[in-house]
Design a protein around this ligand. Structure first.
Ligand SMILES: [Zn+2]
Ligand SMILES: [Zn+2]
Length: 269
């Protein structure tokens, strides 16, 4: 049995990924509009009506911008932590400026696995400036996929969760020099660089060089900054880091997630 993954959008203007086992399809984050999500799913050959649930990592708008409309339209349950839900509600209002609710929602706890159909979801805490930010691993039919973006650094616990992944989507947000010299105000630069900000190319490279087990058949570099990174720089830095471990370099297909168009579906297993 295989797992199919389609990154519909990735970056500070919206994040959304479809993950499908043989029996279950779920959406991970809903950071682009409902309309755009459905359009991109169709373009990638995914059927929006097959979706069984939406799983949310944290309440930043680039992960939830389309959530309310999408959940209503698809009539599927939304899985998010209680703290994420409360924080999301605080900032989200309907057309009449009233606070919103999600009719069908399930609260998960970081560190506790749960099932959606035949997919086992394990949320885990990531260091990021949100109420209760989570990365995920998804297991179905012996295949394990890890998704970890929006994290200031890679603590031991996160590295541990990412062991033995057959596919890995991981943040390669910025080049430190570009960020330092770039257009962002100093406060924002400090936030991105902090321990609860975003993962730099070089922090990812260090992980790939030292801790990454080389198990994944594919790696997707995700959440690239449009102002503080170049796709080629992110790719080169990761290649170089993997290159010091040649067998891994050969076995891993390296892809860059994009902001404005879906990636080709990736099948593992
Ligand atoms: Zn975030
Ligand atoms: Zn984000």
């Amino acid at each position: 049995m295989s797992v199919r993954m389609t990154v519909l959008a990735s970056g500070s203007r919206g994040n959304c990924t479809v993950l499908s086992s043989s029996g279950t399809s779920i959406l991970v984050d809903a950071g682009i509009s409902c309309r755009e999500t459905i359009k991109r799913m169709k373009a990638a050959g995914e059927d929006p009506h097959q979706l069984k649930a939406i799983v949310i990592s944290h309440e930043h708008s680039d992960h939830v911008a389309g959530l309310q409309v999408l959940a209503k339209k698809l009539k599927v349950p939304v899985y998010m932590s209680e703290a994420t839900y409360q924080s999301w509600r605080k900032y989200t209002h309907d057309a009449e400026d009233k606070p919103v609710t999600l009719e069908r929602r399930e609260h998960f706890h970081a560190g506790r696995s749960f099932s959606i159909g035949d997919i086992t979801v394990t949320p885990f805490t990531i260091p990021h400036d949100a109420a209760d930010p989570c990365g995920f691993t998804f297991k179905a039919g012996g295949v394990k996929i890890g998704i970890a973006t929006d994290l200031g650094y890679l603590p031991f616990s996160v590295k541990d969760h990412l062991r033995n992944c057959d596919g890995l989507v991981i943040e390669s947000n910025h080049d430190l020099e570009m960020l330092r010299n770039g257009p962002y105000p100093w406060m924002v630069k400090q936030r991105v660089m902090s321990r609860v900000g975003h993962l730099s190319n070089s922090a990812l490279a260090e992980f790939l060089q030292t801790d990454y087990d080389g198990n994944a058949a594919f790696l997707v570099l995700a959440h690239l900054s449009e102002h503080n990174n170049h796709p080629e720089l992110a790719r080169e830095t990761a290649y170089r880091a993997l290159g010091t471990r040649l067998s891994l370099f050969q076995s891993s297909a390296l892809t860059l997630a994009q902001q404005d168009q879906p990636l080709q579906p990736i099948c593992v297993g």
